[in-house]
Structures are given as C-alpha cells and as structure tokens.
Design a protein around this ligand. Structure first.
Ligand code: ADP
Ligand code: MG
Length: 255
C-alpha cells in the first residue's frame, strides 16, 4: 500500500483578525499521486498552498497538517522545505540582488545540508533549462526581474526540477501562458513526477493536465472542499462550471 505523504485534517484557517478563509479541510495525498485543486476565484486555493508552506499571514485555528507522518502544522517554512515540500507561487516575485542560479544553488544546499558544487550544479541547471527550451543565460539574471509572465512560470518549473522536492504544490503555474509554454510546463511536470513524489496542482487550465495522470480532483468553494472525485470531475467542471457545486443562487466570481 502507498503511504500518505500529505495529510490535512480538519484544517481551519483565518487571518490574524479572525476573518475565516478555510473551513475544515480534509485532504490526503499519497506518495506518487497527483491531485488537482480547482474552484472559483477567491475560494481559498492559494491560501491553502500558502498555509501548507507556513505563510505567516495565516492562523491555523483547528486541525493539522502532517507531512510524511510528521506534524508540520507549526513548523517554519524553511523546515518544511527541508522536509521536501515545495510551493510555486501564483505570482512569483521579482528579487533583485540574487541570480536565479545563486538562489537555487543556495536553496538546494540549504535543503540538503550539503554544499552544492558550483560547476556540477551549473551543468545540471543548464540541462534542466535546455529541456524546458529556456535560454540557460536566464540562470544568471536576477531572480524573475524583467521576466515575462511566461518566463516567470517556466522559472518556477526550473526551480521545481532543480530542487526536486517530495511534494510539489503548484499554484496556477499555467495562467497567462501561451499554448507552447503550457506544453513546456506540462512536460516539466511530467519530467518531475515519479512514483516517489507527489503533486498538488492548483489550476483553471485543464490543458496543463493533458498527459499527466491525475489521481484525484477536489473542488474548493468558499474555503471548503465541496466535492472530490476522479479525473472525470474535470470534465464536469469544463462543461458546467462551478455552479453545480456552489449551489443555486450563489454568486460566482468568474473574473
Ligand atoms: P483563490 O486562490 O482560490 O482565488 P485566495 O486563497 O487567493 O483565493 O483568497 C481567498 C480569499 O481570502 C480572498 O477573498 C482573498 O482576498 C482573501 N485573502 C487571502 N489571503 C489574504 C491576506 N493575506 N490578506 C487579506 N485577505 C486575504
Ligand atoms: Mg489563487
């Protein structure tokens, strides 16, 4: 039997001022599985990703997050990263003063606790970038500074492949991408995925999921998971939108 890699139990989260954001979330991802999280704008999808990584804006009021059997609910972001958790932001920030290469080599060294050899790391990075049809010279530009939307998203996939986490939470890594870039990101996800690691993919763009084996789909509405099912749930959403899950008369922000 596959073991549980991520176990979210009855997770209830608010902002500091008690504004409720997530309400009793239960979700288990086993080793090797690919889960997809969908839902209307403002449902709390990015919040969940941030909370899983320990973002300081959010307060866990009840419930727990376990990673590979260990309770990580109160761990720092850094410690979660060391355990093998990775979150790619919906809107990657531009960070001047550090190159993509330097950022990644430092992060990788910090995660593994072993100083990465500069030469070998650069070779690996070059290979990864070439496989994603990204100019390897981008490795020496400041992190995301002046990158186009598509390049930022590809840079997230480069980070995914270079850091090689055990659980990757990808937040709309596909939004704003042209068809070719969607294909490349999708290929990067396939390249990353093995029976030993897991993915939680937050997306609106089901094109990204083509040729990625999806084990389970969850629909988040107003901070609660209102439906979970197999990959056929994606088809239902494509055809009917989120309305059937929100309930009659509820407003959905489709903007
Ligand atoms: P989604 O990713 O599903 O579109 P989000 O998780 O980004 O939704 O946001 C869910 C709700 O929580 C939104 O109403 C958003 O404005 C609010 N929210 C999330 N994070 C914060 C924050 N740090 N400060 C204030 N409001 C927040
Ligand atoms: Mg979001």
């Amino acid at each position: 039997m596959q073991s549980d890699l991520l176990q979210i139990n009855a997770l209830t989260v608010t902002l500091e001022d008690q504004t409720p954001l997530l309400n009793g979330i239960d979700l288990t991802v086993k080793k090797g599985e690919v889960h997809v999280l969908m839902g209307p704008n403002g449902a709390g999808k990015s919040t969940l990703g941030n909370v899983l990584m320990g973002h300081p804006d959010y307060r866990v009021r009840a419930g727990s997050i376990r990673f590979d059997g260990q309770d990580v609910t109160l761990l720092s972001t850094e410690k979660r990263a060391k355990l093998g958790m990775f979150f790619s932001f919906q809107n990657p920030e531009e960070v001047s003063g550090i190159t993509l290469e330097n950022f990644l080599r430092t992060a990788k060294s910090s995660i593994t606790g072993i100083e990465e050899n500069v030469f070998i790391f650069n070779l690996k990075l070059k290979k990864i970038m070439e496989s994603l049809h990204m100019d390897p010279l981008y490795a020496y530009r400041h992190l995301n500074v002046g990158f186009s939307g598509g390049e930022k998203k590809k840079s997230e996939i480069v980070q995914l492949l270079a850091l090689d986490p055990r659980l990757a939470i990808l937040d709309e890594t596909d939004s704003g991408l042209d068809v070719d870039a969607v294909r490349i990101v999708s290929q990067g996800i396939r390249q990353f995925h093995t029976p030993e690691n897991s993915l939680l993919i937050i997306t609106h763009n089901t094109k990204i999921l083509e040729s990625i084996p999806v084990d389970r789909v969850h629909i988040l509405v107003k901070g609660s998971i209102v439906a979970s099912g197999d990959v056929s749930l994606i088809k239902t959403i494509e055809e009917e939108g989120f309305a059937p899950f929100v309930g009659m008369g509820d407003e959905i922000d489709e903007s």
